[in-house]
Design a protein around this ligand. Structure first.
Ligand SMILES: Nc1ncnc2c1ncn2[C@@H]1O[C@H](COP(=O)(O)OP(=O)(O)OP(=O)(O)O)[C@@H](O)[C@H]1O
Length: 621
């Protein structure tokens, strides 16, 4: 066994190493900015409109004050009334258009976040999916992203216009009566400081709420995914109770958010009340003493209204930004994860795959060289300081120095008891994981030096539970070969004895297969998965238990189909039923992650006890 460069390469970073239990996802305001900047043009228009709207609003009290003065003097109103009407209509129109643009931009921000999230999510290393709950991931795409909408629609942008109105009103009030203004600002400042202090807590509460919503989605997904088993086990009531508990958790977290954000409402209300009382009381006294006119007091009060309204908007903005930051933390947590292959070049330099025809049949197509592998790399770190980490890994890992060769154009079978590590071997060939020791070679090249897309384009893979995706038969077939013709599809379906399903429905290839392929039998699902792999006509086929749920007749058909496509192809087959692999060119016997024998059926029956026992058990000897 040779020592490969990959063996000396640093271990891939474990996803487990990056997290500590207390680390909650957090987001800073600066992380929100890219989402906003992406729509800077639309936002600029919104801001321009809001400045226009602010101007139109600010003009109204001035005109009202003019109307009062004109009426007091007994002059005709004339153009002032028309100007006032025009101003009201203009600010209405501007508001309407601004509202539409805001909603549109808010929806676009949600779209950007969803795109970014889905792009990263579907490219995460397989190990991430092993650890995470599907429902929680779905909830991040569906629910967390929607909170970004509120930042745009209820908060930030409105606040920009609001600030202008606020400042404009402030200046106008200062010009009318600085004393009155001083008193008003004092009241408002107390309210602002209180709100800012309170809403700091909103971010954490909102994150907790989103986590609870994620928990709920995960538990719904868990039950629905196994609904038949749940029904059959009479566990429906218990599972409903479990889901309700999570729903209750989401409710409790939602109430916590509501409590914090609700504090903002009375604070704004009290600020408004107190400032009005102050303005009316002190203002009335000042009118009586002749310091200001009635018209000035009326416009001061109208400006006070204008100042308070944007304040409410600003409080709303602080709330929605803090809630969005809680959700953005959960979005960012996924977006910040390295995608599959991102750290690859740290492992080994990229090498081109040798031309397909370069090697002759019988030369190694796939080679396992002293491969050591554990799913959870934490197990490779010594539990105690005096323990050799590799030794500990050997105890807890799945593969312990596995070596074998699958020759080009030949059929290699992997057999062994349940949990021996057979499916793991195929997962390493597909590079869903990288080994911690040794090397897996494809056409003589360490797979860590190969581009994953290129490697996978050479391999057809039918996994153990043969997943069928919701959609039509055609969609399932075209998954790996999007350009295949209908004729090609029909040909592979016939090759796996599935031609008959086409005649079941007038839709033919477009017939739906149902969620997870429930409209097909277990055997049909497997054959459809095999047909999908065959359609791509890859030089290497990996079949995991592909014949385990086929009846005798279909199994024979299947074997004939595989035999037909196996010509000039490398096949690595895992099967529990030895009858399906006895005629393989080479059989690798795995036990507890170790190779305990390699040979033909007859060789193994006479030399390997475990194999002989398996064969005896299955009445083959
Ligand atoms: N994604 C995973 N994360 C953690 N452990 C895993 C994972 N997949 C498999 N294992 C563990 O690795 C060991 C080997 O599993 P593997 O599926 O390779 O065995 P197998 O020989 O294919 O078994 P079977 O014949 O029952 O399918 C088992 O102990 C299993 O619990």
């Amino acid at each position: 066994m040779s020592t490969s460069t990959a063996e000396r390469a640093p271990r891939s970073r474990s996803p487990f190493a990056r997290r500590t239990p207390d680390d909650g996802p957090r987001a800073r305001f600066s992380q929100l900015l890219p989402f906003l900047l992406e729509h800077k043009r639309a936002l600029a228009v919104v801001i321009a409109l809001s400045i226009l709207g602010a101007g139109a609003s600010l003009g109204q009290p001035l005109l009202v004050s003019q109307v009062i003065t004109v009426v007091e003097n007994g002059d005709p109103l004339g153009w002032i009334v028309w100007a006032l009407i025009g101003l009201v209509v203009l600010s209405g129109l501007v508001n309407g258009f601004q509202h539409y643009l805001l909603q549109r931009t808010g929806t676009s921000v949600v779209l950007s976040a969803r795109r970014q999230l889905v792009r990263r999510m579907l490219r995460l290393p397989i190990a991430e999916f092993d650890m995470r709950r599907t429902g929680d991931l779905v909830s991040r795409v569906g629910s967390d992203t929607t909170l970004l909408y509120a930042v745009i629609t209820q908060g930030l942008v409105d606040a920009v216009g609001g600030v202008l109105v606020f400042v404009g009103a402030l200046i106008a009030m200062a010009l009318i009566d600085p004393v009155l203004l001083g008193l008003t600002v004092l009241v408002v400042a107390v309210a602002v400081v209180t709100v800012v202090l309170i809403s700091g807590r909103l971010r954490a509460a909102s994150r907790r709420q989103q986590e609870k919503v994620g928990d709920l989605a995960a538990s719904v997904e868990r039950v629905i995914g196994a609904i038949r088993t749940v029904r059959a086990a009479n566990a429906t009531d218990r599972e409903i109770a479990a889901v309700e508990k999570d729903a209750q958790g989401a409710w409790t977290a939602g109430v916590a958010v509501a409590k914090i954000s609700a504090l903002v409402v009375p604070i704004s209300f009290i600020a408004l009340q107190v400032s009005f009382l102050v303005v009316l009381g002190v203002g009335g006294y000042r009118v009586a003493s002749g310091a200001i006119t009635v018209a000035s007091l009326v416009s001061f009060i109208l400006f006070l209204f204008m100042m308070i309204m944007p304040l409410g908007q600003a409080f709303g903005a602080i709330n929605s930004v803090n809630q969005a930051l809680g959700a953005l933390g959960r979005i960012q947590e996924i977006v910040d994860l390295p995608s599959e292959g991102q750290d690859d070049r740290a492992l080994a330099p990229l090498v081109a795959l040798p031309a397909a025809g370069a090697s002759t049949p019988g030369t190694p197509a796939i080679e396992f060289d002293d491969v050591v592998f554990a799913y959870d790399e934490r197990s490779t770190r010594g539990a105690s300081d005096d323990q050799d980490p590799v030794e500990e890994h050997i105890e807890t890992g799945v593969l312990h120095g596995v070596s074998f060769v699958a020759e080009r154009g030949r059929r290699t079978a992997i057999v062994g008891p349940s949990g021996a590590g057979k499916s793991t071997v195929l997962a390493l060939i597909e590079r869903f994981y990288d080994p911690q020791g040794g090397a897996v070679r494809f056409a003589g090249v360490d797979v860590r030096s190969l581009d994953r897309t290129e490697l996978r384009s050479q391999i057809g893979y039918v996994e153990q539970d043969a997943p069928v995706l919701a959609g039509s038969i055609r969609q399932n077939l075209l998954l790996g070969s999007p350009t295949a013709s209908d004729d090609d599809c029909v040909r592979v379906l016939q090759a796996v004895n599935l031609g008959e399903v086409l005649s079941r429905s007038a839709d033919g290839l477009d017939a739906p297969v149902g969620e997870d392929g429930v409209m097909l039998s277990g055997g049909e699902r497997q054959r459809l998965a095999i047909a999908r792999a065959l359609l791509a006509a890859p030089p290497v086929l990996l079949l995991d238990e592909s014949t385990s749920s086929l009846d005798g007749v279909n199994e024979q058909m299947m074997r004939e189909a595989i035999d037909a496509v196996a010509e000039d192809r490398t096949l690595v087959v895992i099967a529990h039923r030895l009858s399906t692999v006895v005629d393989s060119d080479r059989i690798v016997v795995l036990d507890h992650g170790r190779v305990v024998g390699i040979g033909t059926h007859s060789e193994l029956v006479s030399t390997v006890t475990l194999y002989r026992d398996l064969a005896k058990h299955q009445l083959l000897v």
